[in-house]
Design a protein around this ligand. Structure first.
Ligand code: FAD
Length: 440
């Protein structure tokens, strides 16, 4: 759809400029999708006084296929938004990661750092995502649920996005929303990005993961548990299985694989999960009778697998921008952090008086992302290629699992948990990320 009078020509409404509030279907910024990326972006934008429409196709609370595991990075992002993460608020704390592989079992505490808290969390996405979306709403974002965005509205001359079309739930018909800037926070498939001509990149890593829940005595666990041995016949697959105790009588159990494996795309993930669980002790109860939810799966877009992150007025954040950590499949922390980076960029951009200045600031968003993650993701892309070779993966697992100090280093690298001026391990991880070639 195209239009003639783009809202981008409206005079700049800087942060806090309430006298210039646009009409109901217009806003300074439209954020499409109210997952962790969208809710965080909307929260920080609203805090800066901008008028934000946060459009979500589902109605909260809603399910999201996920492992529900949060590392200290994600905890930091939650705390930054002023969210109470106490056990009395429904969060389950963990001390670290238990790694099982090559016949060994290691408990690795989260590192003690100035930059990140020393604990992780577990919480269903059913609860967590609503908490985040309501937080954005409380900060002033206009959250509209049951609004399924169907496509971009383009400025006829420039081809820039100036709004979106949407189908409303409950048969209430179609609607158009307009804004100076539009954010795609619509997750892994990001239909909005695709409609703007931004497909996923084939040369960047992608994972696929499945998960379900079981009633189990293992529900009460103060470690996240990760299994490195995923076998397809006699082949070790690049990926891992997890058991995350939800503290409510159930565990989230799942596994994920990387596209660097020859088995990728030819694997029956449900069958692989069942085979893997068959090898577990019977008393854990990972049986069909104890399964409380269907097995569901989705893709994990990693290492910037959709670029550019700014294109013709559209800014990509979270999974829409392929921001899952290629080392460990963690996406929530990166969705939230990139949301904050983006919100700060947009706030500065919209405070500029003239369009070219605004444009210059928005164009800096990909650079800000590259600075935050570019080097680290470049190392991650190499890691993903290396562990796609079964022999190498087997060697690395055996070698590392019998060396706890090496595994403590690996935890820092894989979970991206370091201080800028930390110990030797921190400096090595930071140094690797700095040295890596870093194209968008
Ligand atoms: C099986 C599995 C396990 C995982 N486990 C973990 C884990 O343990 N820890 C972790 O950190 N990460 C994990 N991840 C990754 C994590 O789920 C994602 O990285 C994270 O959800 C990204 O957040 P997001 O806000 O970018 O996208 P999403 O969470 O996907 O949110 C996108 C939102 O946009 C909405 N939307 C989509 N299209 C439209 C539209 N057209 N109109 C309006 N709204 C729309 C959706 O309804 C949704 O609410 C896992 C992923 C999978 C598949």
């Amino acid at each position: 759809m195209t239009e003639h009078a783009p809202p981008e020509t409206r005079p700049s409404a800087g942060p806090g400029d309430a006298s210039r509030r646009p009409p109901a279907d217009e806003a300074d910024v439209i954020v499409v999708g109210a997952g962790p990326a969208g809710a965080t972006t909307a929260f920080y934008l609203a805090q800066s006084g901008l008028d934000v429409l946060l459009l979500e196709k589902a109605t909260f609370p809603r399910e999201k296929v996920c492992g529900d595991g949060l590392t200290p990075r994600a905890v930091k992002a939650l705390v930054g938004m002023g969210i109470s993460v106490g056990e009395q608020d429904g969060w389950v704390r963990n001390k670290g990661l238990r790694v099982i592989g090559a016949g060994k079992r290691l408990e690795l505490a989260w590192p003690e750092l100035a930059s990140y808290p020393g604990y992780g969390l577990v919480r269903t996405r059913h609860d967590m995502d609503e908490t985040l979306a309501r937080r954005a709403q409380k900060a002033g974002a206009r959250l509209l649920e049951g609004v399924n965005v169907t496509g971009p509205v383009l400025h006829e001359r420039t081809g820039r996005i100036s709004g979106v079309t949407a189908r409303l739930a409950d048969g209430e018909g179609e609607r158009r929303y307009a804004a100076r800037v539009v954010v795609a926070a619509d997750g892994n498939s990001s239909r909005l990005s695709v409609a703007m001509g931004l497909p996923k990149r084939d040369d960047r890593p992608l994972g696929v993961a499945v998960r379900t829940y079981y009633q189990t005595p293992r529900h009460d666990d103060d470690y996240l548990e990760s299994w490195l041995d995923l076998w397809d016949g006699d082949r070790l697959l690049p990926g891992y299985g997890w058991i995350f105790g939800m503290g409510d009588g159930t565990s989230n159990v799942g596994l994920g694989l990387l596209n660097t494996s020859a088995a990728f795309g030819h694997t029956d993930y449900h069958a692989l999960l069942r085979r893997w669980l068959k090898g577990m002790p019977a008393e854990w109860g990972f049986t069909e009778e104890n399964r409380t939810q269907p097995i569901r799966g989705a893709a994990l877009p990693m290492g910037f697998n959709r670029t550019p992150h700014y294109f013709k007025g559209l800014l990509l954040v979270g999974d829409a921008g392929g921001m899952v950590n290629p080392f460990n499949g963690e996406g929530i922390a990166y969705a939230m952090e990139s949301g904050e980076i983006l919100a700060r960029t947009i706030t500065q951009a919209l405070a500029r008086a003239r369009r070219p200045e605004t444009e210059r600031v928005l164009a800096g968003y990909p650079d800000a992302l590259s600075q935050a993650y570019g080097g680290y993701y470049a190392v991650g892309r190499t890691f993903v290629k290396l562990i796609g070779q079964p022999g190498l993966m087997r060697f690395a697992t055996r070698h590392a699992m019998s060396r706890p100090a090496l595994m403590r280093f690996a935890l820092k690298l894989l979970a991206n948990l370091t201080d800028p001026r930390g110990d030797a391990a921190d400096r090595l991880v930071n140094g690797l990320s700095k040295l890596a070639p870093n194209p968008e």
